[in-house]
Design a protein. Structure first.
Length: 726
């Protein structure tokens, strides 16, 4: 992989910097604080940095003196060859936002743009052969600070080499110590229970409390289900009640409309009959048989009748002569009969009294005969008295009749004739005034007029009974209004549907509504009782659920701790074998690579290198002694060369057939010119196959570089970094 261009924004002191990188050895030169380490860091971020890294791990990215909204960003253009030797190009851009909310963008050749950060990192790792920033910084990126302290002892070089091989930040010994500490924390000891015991106790206590809570929760669930069922029944009952009430209102409305329609129909018939009667009365008023009022006609006819009767009587009196006879018939005698009756009654009474007295005196032979004969004589006397009274009444009547007959016959014929003429004249005058020729026509007209008046009175009476004193000219309007009311009521009833035609619908629905109200009342009581049971249950479902979740979490933690214990124990048991196997392959590879590079860098003084497997200590075969010498016993310059050779070999080992850029942040500062020339020769030897970026403050490497990039020194005040290419 070869980087062609590098663009840096808001990173450290570099606010806006663009660099063109050579294909082989590129020297990035500048004074202290010119930003060389920042450029190296930018390359690390572009190749392997994660945009989701927490801000605490990227504190050194914050731009110096920048605005709060300034976001660090890097952008590289690069090329590489695949396994078939085909050349490719790509461009990667990353920005590191606050709270790990950065963005990544990668385009390979003319393919689609990749914006998923994880996918971008995976593609770049496949191209460089170094997966992750720790691996890159432990192998292909060498800082001058990493060479400090290598002369402290043989263990330091071994630890550094182990860190390079594993890509970690800690030595294997420290890893073992940490694993042991973790096991002690898990298992516990004399000082107290470990995390496993604490977790087991917590799980047991939580399981006990959860069982008790779940029992209460089960009751709560049953109570809530019962309450839900009662509420559903209550809702159904209330809905049924509303439906019944709605139907009842319809039935009542139908009943009211039916009554209104019946009333309107009755009014319609009444006003229709009234209109007919009014018209009939009008016709009768215009068709009287007589022009005279019936009272006048009746008085005249009645007087005419009286006159006719008197005329007929007088005419009968004048038919024969008047004869007066003074011979009286003998008077029927009744006084003697009356006296006889009185005597018989008295005799009978006396006989009866005598019989009673004799009986009281003790004359036994007269007791049965005398009272009976006396009673019979008294009864006969009473009968004769009644006959005598009737004869007396008949004599008085005959006498009165004889007296009247005598008076009639004594009246004169001339008076009768005069009276007859007077009545005949009166009769003629009356007929003329009434306009009739005789009494019979008058009688006929009177009968017809009386019948007509009676009919008219009957019609008027019926009309008054129908409409009372209402104006007769409004009857048509009232009839039409009643007809309209009937039509409206009928239409409304039709709109109500079958409920309007169902007989006794209101009574039936009132019963149903009453029953539904009872059901609603009972359902509300049931709901209240179910709700009371739920309220009385103090079990907190959320607390139990939380306890169950915590218990599940604690069980998961306990399982994790147990698994972690097994893993740690297994790791401690097998870490030596695994590390020995891994380190053995790595150390053999490094021995071969380092031997050639160290011999070249030391001018052939040290040609053989050995790395101990148990502690990764590096030894060189000293020609003067003919024996192996630990690298830590050599000079600092030689140790730097050995360590640099180890890093170069490690890059080859980790990247395999890939060729990532090598970043050297002034690792040659402690070398003399001869050793520095050897290192540059080695780097030049790598340049055709692998890109090298050397960051330094010295210009002694400029002539050997394919490209030199000069960084300006730090300004006196806040500003932006600049670039002066050589």
């Amino acid at each position: 992989m070869r980087i062609d261009r590098l663009s840096i924004r808001n990173l450290g002191r570099l606010r806006s910097t663009d660099l063109t990188i050579g294909p082989g050895l590129t020297v990035v030169r500048g004074p202290n604080e010119a930003g060389k380490s920042t450029v190296a860091r930018a390359v690390e971020l572009a190749l392997a940095g994660s945009v989701t890294t927490p801000p605490s791990d990227l504190a050194d990215l914050v731009p110096w003196g920048g605005a709060p909204g300034d976001v660090p960003a890097v952008d590289i253009t690069f090329g590489w060859e695949d396994d078939a030797g085909t050349a490719h190009t790509g461009r990667a851009a990353k920005s590191f936002g606050p709270a790990g909310a950065g963005s990544a963008r990668l385009q390979l050749d003319a393919g689609p743009v990749i914006t998923v950060p994880a996918q971008v990192d995976a593609e770049l790792a496949a191209i460089t052969g170094l997966e992750g920033e720790p691996i890159l910084r432990a192998s292909a990126s060498v800082g001058h600070h990493e060479l400090v302290g290598l002369d402290r002892g043989d263990g330091v070089v071994g630890e550094r080499l182990a860190a390079m091989i594993s890509g970690a930040d800690r030595a294997t010994a420290r890893a073992r110590l940490r694993l042991g500490s973790e096991l002690d924390l898990l298992r516990g000891g004399d000082r107290g229970p470990g995390r496993l015991k604490v977790a087991e106790d917590a799980v047991a206590d939580a399981a006990s409390r959860l069982a008790h809570g779940e029992e209460g929760l089960a009751r709560l669930v049953r109570d809530r289900e019962a309450r839900t069922a009662t509420r559903e029944r209550r809702a159904e009952a209330e809905a049924a009640l509303l439906e019944r009430r709605a139907l009842l209102e319809k039935a009542r409305l139908a009943e009211r409309l039916t009554a209104e329609r019946a009333t309107a129909a009755e009014r319609l018939e009444r006003y229709r009959a009234a209109v007919d009667l009014r018209d009939e009365v009008a016709v009768l008023d215009a068709s009287h048989p007589s022009a005279a009022p019936v009272t006048v006609l009746r008085a005249g006819v009645e007087r005419l009748r009286a006159v006719d009767t008197q005329i007929a009587t007088l005419e009968l009196l004048l038919v024969d002569d008047v004869h007066v006879s003074f011979d009286l018939a003998p008077e029927v005698s009744w006084k003697g009969l009356s006296r006889t009756a009185m005597l018989l009654v008295v005799a009978g009474v006396l006989g009866a009294v005598a019989g009673f007295v004799a009986g009281a005196a003790g004359i036994a032979g007269l007791v049965p005969v005398v009272p009976a004969g006396g009673a019979l004589v008294a009864v006969l006397g009473a009968v004769l008295a009644v006959v005598a009274r009737r004869r007396h009444a008949a004599n008085r009547t005959d006498k009165r009749l004889r007296d009247e007959e005598v008076a009639r016959r004594l009246r004169g014929r001339s008076d009768i004739e005069s009276e007859l003429k007077f009545h005949q004249a009166e009769r003629a005058t009356m007929l003329e005034s009434l306009g009739f020729e005789g009494t019979a026509p008058a009688e006929a007209v009177l009968a017809a007029e009386e019948a007509h008046v009676a009919t008219l009175g009957e019609r008027r009476a019926r009309l008054a009974g129908l409409v009372g004193d209402e104006p007769r000219d409004t009857l048509d309007l009232r009839r039409d209004t009643a007809a309209l009311d009937v039509a409206r009521a009928s239409t409304a009833l039709d709109d109500l549907g079958p409920i309007a035609r169902e007989p006794n619908a209101r009574a039936r629905l009132e019963v149903e509504v009453s029953d539904a109200e009872g059901v609603v009342s009972r359902s509300r009581d049931d709901d209240a009782a179910a709700n009371a049971r739920v309220e009385q249950n103090t079990t907190d479902a959320d607390e139990i659920a939380g306890l169950a979740e915590r218990l599940a979490g604690w069980r998961a933690q306990l399982a994790t701790l147990r698994r972690r214990e097994r893993i740690l124990a297994r790791t401690l048991a097998e870490i030596d074998a695994a590390e020995a196997s891994t380190m053995s392959r790595a150390t053999r590879f490094l021995e071969r690579r380092m031997a050639a590079d160290v011999a070249r860098l030391t001018g052939g003084r040290y040609r053989e290198v050995r790395i101990r497997d148990h502690d990764l200590g590096i030894e060189l075969l000293a020609p003067e002694r003919g024996d192996w010498v630990p690298a830590a016993r050599l000079s600092q310059g030689t140790l730097d060369i050995v360590y640099l050779a180890a890093r170069l070999g490690l890059v080859r080992y980790l990247a395999a057939d890939r060729r990532p850029p090598i970043l050297l942040d002034d690792p040659l500062a402690g070398l003399d010119d001869a050793r520095a020339d050897h290192v540059l020769a080695l780097l030049r030897g790598l340049a055709p196959d692998q890109q090298v970026l050397l960051f330094t403050t010295s210009d002694r490497y400029d002539t050997r570089a394919d490209r030199v990039v000069v960084l300006d020194g730090p300004p006196e005040g806040p500003g932006t970094g600049g670039v002066a290419p050589a």
